[in-house]
Write a protein that binds this ligand. Structure first.
Ligand code: EPS
Length: 387
């Protein structure tokens, strides 16, 4: 399974091609659009989200509500494009016109300067248009497809914000369904009402100060069978692949599984999960400090993965930068942006994790049709049961 995306933040549309899904998978745009709607929400977003109403069109690979096995084409329109038609024109525009106005002050923390140097672009818009987190719309859409595959096998994905702007949410043990219900109701995707109020106040304050906030988000995947991923080769370890997918999200700087970085401070006896067996549950663990992985393979316990998002780099009170033309110090150019996108980032992280799990699931159970995959899956579960 693989996908590629194309599209600029202020271009006409975002596009994705998704390949490697089996045939006969029931697939519709509605659950994808629900995910896109979740991504647009969250306290701290800027004006752009009021302009967009992200809806995916399925244009290939699906017929009469089911996949055919052919590549799937997906498109999401940028409603804002109408305001950028000259600036983003595919054909050349007149010298001296509005469309030729260049961005020459790189914003610290963004791809602007590195991208400009690397691609030899003197208008940094040619970098920022693609590096923008607008692209995550398509990752969420593709994740929405992966979810529909996973749901066929009872695998569910949810998530929550763990901390935002240094304020930590209290985490209570609860079933995943309950967690999903409560976080959906929260503008900052937490279950802790006290922390929610503090986070909202912190976002308001940061906005007033022309500053931005980051945070930590957690994704939970329940229902994975034991043995997705493999210990035999570095690039087949599923936790490693998930880590790559998470850190590839715009503004993400770190990732951890289970107790994560805390493992460095504990003795081994307080880190590893003891193995148990009973007739009803088979092999299982008394704890899940490993976050669902041992040897790069799923243990059958829930996957628990957290990602760290830095504060958005575009600041209304900009940091110092250097003009690429005059080489003089300037305050960086301001582009319209969000104060905090941590709640939305949680939805994006769910999507990229869902994709990696679905991909590993397809590698393990193969097959060109959903029926073939189901037969392989059931035969494997029976084998594990007899072990
Ligand atoms: C972004 C800048 C803002 C955000 C955008 C990401 O867009 P604009 O420059 O149009 O105001 O709103 O996020 C989205 C458009 C989105 O769909 O999430 C950036 O520079 O990364």
């Amino acid at each position: 399974m693989r996908y590629l995306t194309a599209g600029e933040t202020h271009g006409p549309q975002l596009t994705a091609i998704v390949e490697g899904l089996p045939s006969n998978l029931p697939l519709t745009a509605e659950p994808i659009n629900q995910q896109l709607e979740r991504r647009q929400k969250g306290y701290g977003r800027g004006k752009r989200m009021q302009i967009e109403k992200d809806t995916a069109q399925l244009l290939a690979g699906v017929r009469h509500g089911k996949t055919t096995g052919a590549p799937i084409a997906l498109v999401v329109e940028n409603k804002d494009w109408k305001a950028w038609m000259t600036v983003m024109s595919i054909e050349d525009v007149e010298e001296g016109s509005e469309g030729k106005r260049r961005i020459n002050r790189p914003r610290p923390g963004h791809a602007d300067l590195n991208g400009g140097l690397k691609y030899n672009q003197r208008d940094l818009r040619n970098v920022l248009e693609r590096s923008s987190a607008r692209e995550t719309t398509m990752r969420v859409a593709c994740g929405g497809i992966a979810r529909q595959l996973l749901e066929q096998f009872g695998i569910r994905v949810g998530g929550q914000v763990i901390s935002l702007g240094g304020i930590e949410a209290e985490r209570r043990e609860m079933p995943l369904e309950e967690l999903i219900r409560l976080t959906e109701e929260s503008p900052v995707r937490v279950t802790d009402k006290e922390a929610e109020a503090k986070m909202i106040a912190a976002i308001d304050q940061a906005k007033q100060d022309g500053d931005t906030l980051g945070g930590v988000v957690e994704v939970i995947v329940e229902g994975c069978p034991v043995g997705l991923g493999s210990h035999v080769q570095w690039d087949r370890k599923l936790d490693g692949r998930i880590a790559q997918a998470v850190v590839s999200i715009q503004a993400f700087k770190g990732v951890e599984f289970g107790i994560g970085f805390e493992a460095a401070n504990r003795r081994g006896s307080k880190v590893h999960d003891e193995i148990r067996f009973n007739e009803e549950d088979g092999f299982h663990r008394g704890s899940n400090r490993a976050g669902g992985f041992e040897g790069g393979m799923t243990t059958g316990e829930p996957i628990i993965v957290r990602g760290v998002m830095k504060p958005i780099s575009t600041l209304y009170k900009p940091l110092k930068s250097v003009d690429i033309d005059t080489k003089e110090a300037f305050t960086a150019q301001v582009e319209r942006s969000d104060t905090c996108a941590v709640p939305a980032a949680g939805v994006i992280m769910e999507a990229v994790v869902a994709w990696e799990v679905a991909k590993a699931f397809m590698e393990k159970f193969g097959g060109d049709s959903i029926e073939e995959i189901r037969a392989n899956y059931e035969s494997y579960l029976a084998q594990v049961g007899r072990y």
